[in-house]
Ligand binder design. Structure first.
Ligand code: BES
Ligand code: MN
Ligand code: ZN
Length: 482
């Protein structure tokens, strides 16, 4: 059920819970029974909530941590922890979060409201499509009133936050759907339906169109599958747009590794291998509602990576859309093959900049762990812009180099390059391969989201499974690019 978030000067009588933000280093607001909270050991750490019943009703103390450490991201976490507390308390109808959260020092009102709304929405996300009826989630938080200012800036911030969160939750759901359910034709169909309601134009290439377009990387990866590939292009084109961005997302709906087959354990989470595609589609879904002023084109190659009798063999050579050839020595390094086609196509339209998102390498997870994306780029200014957008969005990225010294690692004796490097620096050699397919002079950022796209440990803002990582960064980039 959709969550309604409104604003009011004071808490409506119908509200079932009053959420109140608490800093760990400041006096408790007077709405809260301080002694009771102390006796139950409430410590106001960020992400902690405690629900207590008072004479005047139920209140939720929402920890904000130290006041000097408060960031926009703290507001997302606080919003999410409140939403989850309300839900645990089986409050479906009405809840209120007081203004201690909105309009906080150093963070403008609109941003605070946006982040709070994002948290409230994301904290309530569940994926129970495949649970039997008895196990479906019964308690949805359906109405929250943000108490305090009713200024247009606050309302506008809430609206943007809800749009961005909806995009992120859509991305989570795409990722959470099993690979056998969200096949490329099904994925394309869902994205096409989304495009209609999100004010986007959508073009879907089927197998015949993909052959005609000479997308040799996508075709090569698809060869081992009985399910046809798709290539989806989305366009958001607001009136008077002065710049054009391109978003590219890896859409491997299931990665078995191909003939260079993965281990059983290695495959268990590989429905997440379309996390880049999911983030791109999710971000696109939010652009209109988030009033993004620039044009954005999205390019999403979709296939699974299977090992049927006609599968690409190690040693085969594929010809990518832009004419360059790649010797496939490991069929499990398939992401770069489909992205090579997509980056070539994206470059042909001569956008002002390109960002690609891909669950590309285990090596990037080794380097940066499960929560931080690797950022690689051919352009320092654009890299800084994307990093700033990620910072604002509360998504962690860290820049990695694209060393020319390592180009020799992907040289091939029979083709223009091979699809794997040596045993070390795997995230970087993958990035170097992608760079070969970015048009001359186009600023480009590659985000390797192999770590953060999927999580096996839930936290306040995120449940186990798809995270929707990248959606917020992409929308923030598009909002601030011009
Ligand atoms: N989809 C995987 C990367 C991945 C691994 C994503 C773990 C999320 C979690 C990618 O297609 C892959 O298999 N990469 C190989 C490349 C290697 C064969 C050069 C890898 O990282 O092992
Ligand atoms: Mn792979
Ligand atoms: Zn993959």
């Amino acid at each position: 059920m959709a969550l309604t978030i409104t604003t009011a000067r004071s808490a409506p009588a119908a509200s079932k819970i009053l959420g109140v933000g608490v800093f760990s280093d400041k006096d408790r607001p007077s709405d809260l029974p301080s002694a009771l909270l102390d006796s139950r050991g409430f410590d106001a750490k960020l992400g902690k909530t405690m629900i207590v019943e008072t004479d005047s009703g139920i209140v939720a103390a929402v920890g904000l941590g130290e006041s000097s450490e408060l960031t926009a991201q703290s507001l997302r976490i606080a919003g999410a922890s409140f939403a989850r507390a309300a839900r645990r308390h089986k409050v479906a109808a009405t809840s209120v979060l007081a203004d201690a959260l909105a309009g906080t020092e150093g963070i403008d009102q609109a941003t605070a409201a946006q982040c709070l709304a994002e948290g409230l929405e994301l904290g309530g996300y569940t994926f129970d499509t495949h649970k039997s009826k008895a196990n479906k989630t019964r308690y949805d938080l359906s109405k929250v009133t943000v108490v305090g200012s009713t200024a247009a800036a606050v309302k506008g911030g809430i609206e943007i936050g809800q749009a961005v969160a909806a995009g992120q939750m859509l991305a989570r759901t795409y990722v959470n759907e099993p690979g056998g359910t969200l096949t490329p034709p099904e994925f394309a169909k869902r994205v096409q339906a989304m495009a209609k309601t999100a004010g986007l134009t959508c073009k879907v290439m089927d197998l015949a169109a993909i052959k005609k377009a000479k997308l040799g990387g996508l075709l090569g990866v698809n060869q081992g599958s009985t399910i046809h590939p798709r290539f989806v292009e989305l366009t958001y084109s607001p009136p008077k747009a002065k710049a054009t961005l391109a978003f590219v997302g890896k859409g491997i709906t299931f990665d078995a590794g191909g003939l260079s087959i993965k281990t059983g354990t290695g495959m268990m989470t590989m429905k997440c291998d379309m996390g880049g595609a999911a983030a791109v589609a999710g971000a696109m879904s939010a652009l209109k509602a988030a009033k993004v002023p620039v044009r954005v084109r999205a390019y999403i190659p979709m296939t699974d990576n299977m090992l049927g009798g006609n599968a690409t063999r190690p040693g085969d050579v594929l010809k990518i859309r832009n004419g360059k050839t790649i010797e496939v020595l490991n069929t499990d390094a398939e992401g770069r093959l489909v992205l090579a086609d997509a980056l070539s196509l994206a470059s042909e339209a001569k956008p002002d900049a390109i960002v690609d998102l891909a669950t590309l390498t285990g090596a990037c997870m080794v380097a940066l762990g499960p929560k931080i994306a690797g950022l690689m780029s051919n352009d320092d200014d654009f890299a800084a812009k994307v990093a700033a957008a990620a910072e604002g969005a509360g998504e962690k990225v860290w820049r990695l180099p694209l060393p020319v010294e390592y180009k020799s690692m992907v040289e091939s004796p029979v083709a223009d390059m091979k699809n794997i490097g040596g045993p070390h620096g795997g995230a970087l050699t993958a990035g170097l391969i992608l760079q070969e397919f970015v048009g001359e002079g186009i600023p480009w950022v590659h985000l390797d989201i192999a770590g953060p796209a999927f999580t096996e440990s839930a936290d306040v803002e995120t449940r186990k499974g798809g995270t929707g990582f990248g959606v917020r960064t992409l929308v923030e980039l598009a909002r601030t690019y011009a």
